[in-house]
Design a protein around this ligand. Structure first.
Ligand code: NDP
Ligand code: MG
Length: 378
């Protein structure tokens, strides 16, 4: 079980819930990082007393340095500061709760420093799956999934030590716009897209849920985490988000993991594995929920899901390009500069414009990410 963590992205939705779990189980928090949220990270630092805190934004780091000057907590800045937190010697595990591909390099730094990873930052595996999984193997560290579907699959696989897997069944809530037609989606607003039926999350992943890009990213994430190809991963709409995912075995037995829609359950399991300790999340009351429903996803309306699957099948840099295009398109949508349906169009165009490449180094990934964003954000 984890004893000491560096928490990257501590001020976000996953970050805050990770601190709840750490507090409940007396897990020491040695390092915290964020981008700009000075006030919240100051509060967290005063409560959890880490040795170090890092802010990506230099101005924010300066403000935090002044705010924490009456303490002995060191404040660092920029990418180097986040890297230092990821490598911090006292931590045995790095919780990566950064949003976006910005989480990739810190994940690699942590792996190379011999840390186990509790991974919420799915973009890390989408863009750099081959490099990250190879590095984890080389340095002998574990990647524990925090994403609820992947935590569910991880738990389902335990009953057969990962053998006899016929397929993974990823459940999806369907997001804010389940059942809508493309016509109905033409003029939806940012506010409507941000209303998720079951989960309270950061803005980027909430938009990704509305477009179903999130499920596409999760198919790629699952493929890397569990070594399973696209055709062995099904997506199933399950509006209630009670079954977090399932595994079908060769004998057609299906094992599922259920729980309330509370991320503190998968976060905790990633930190306390293989132990199961009391949780701050509430008990599941199936009689109260009464009904669990299932249906097929609509790949035509929610094209991002289909595009991600295509990118996974093509391999190489395609997933990194789909991810970069999505990050840029979601940014434009949140700023009111493009429509909801244009997110899928921009991701689709980026993937179909790419002519492929034989090389897949870290530099190739970073370069492809930059170029793809630049084309969309001009
Ligand atoms: P949030 O937007 O709530 O939080 C993101 C965190 O990352 C904040 O601490 C933010 O700091 C920091 N951050 C933002 N940009 C950068 C950057 N460029 N470099 C370093 N740090 C940065 O995101 P979520 O917590 O919702 O999601 C985090 C990750 O977890 C995502 O990959 C998401 O897909 C995944 N995930 C989230 C779930 C959820 O329930 N929220 C469920 C499953 C997966 P600041 O506050 O200063 O901006
Ligand atoms: Mg998920």
């Amino acid at each position: 079980m984890t004893k000491n963590i560096s928490l990257l992205g501590s001020t976000g939705s996953i970050g805050v819930q990770t601190l709840d779990v750490a507090e409940m189980h007396g897990i020491r928090v040695s390092a915290l990082t964020a981008n700009k949220s000075v006030k919240l990270i100051e509060e967290q630092a005063r409560k959890f007393r880490p040795d170090m805190v890092a802010m990506l934004d230099r101005e924010a780091a300066l403000k935090l340095k002044i705010a924490l000057s009456d303490t002995d907590i060191s404040v660092y800045e920029g990418e180097a500061g986040i890297k230092a937190a990821a490598e911090y010697e006292k931590s045995d595990t790095v919780v990566n709760a950064i949003v976006g591909v910005a989480g990739l390099l810190p994940t690699l730094s942590a792996i190379k420093a011999g840390k186990n990873i509790a991974l919420a930052n799915k973009e890390t595996l989408v863009a750099g799956g081959s490099i990250v999984t190879a590095a984890a193997k080389q340095y002998g560290v574990k990647i524990y999934p925090v994403d609820s579907e992947h935590s569910a699959i991880f738990q389902c696989l335990e009953c057969s030590q990962g053998r006899f897997v016929k397929k993974l069944i990823l459940t999806a809530s369907g997001g804010s716009f389940f059942g809508k037609t493309r016509k109905e989606l033409e003029n939806v607003t940012v506010e409507q897209a941000l209303k998720h039926p079951n989960w309270s999350m950061g803005k980027k992943i909430t938009i990704d849920s509305a477009t179903m890009m999130n499920k596409g990213l999760e198919v790629i994430e699952a493929s890397w985490l569990f070594g399973v190809p696209d055709e062995k991963i099904d997506v199933l709409i399950h509006r209630q988000s009670i079954i977090h995912s399932m595994v079908q075995f060769d004998d057609n037995a299906v094992i599922a993991q259920l729980g309330t829609a509370d991320m503190r359950i998968p976060i905790q399991y990633a930190l306390t594995y293989p132990e199961r300790l009391p949780s701050p999340a509430s008990e599941l009351d199936l009689a109260e929920i009464a009904e669990l429903t299932f249906s097929k996803p609509d790949y035509d309306t929610f094209e991002c899901l289909a595009i991600c699957r295509e990118a996974l099948r093509k391999g190489g840099l395609y997933p990194a390009i789909a991810n970069a295009a999505n990050e840029a398109a979601v940014q434009l949508f949140l700023e009111g500069k493009t429509g909801f349906l244009q997110i899928g169009e921009l991701v689709g165009k980026a993937v179909s414009d790419f002519k492929g490449s034989d090389s897949l180094t870290l530099d190739d990934i970073i370069q492809a990410d930059k170029e793809t964003r630049k084309k969309i954000l001009v």
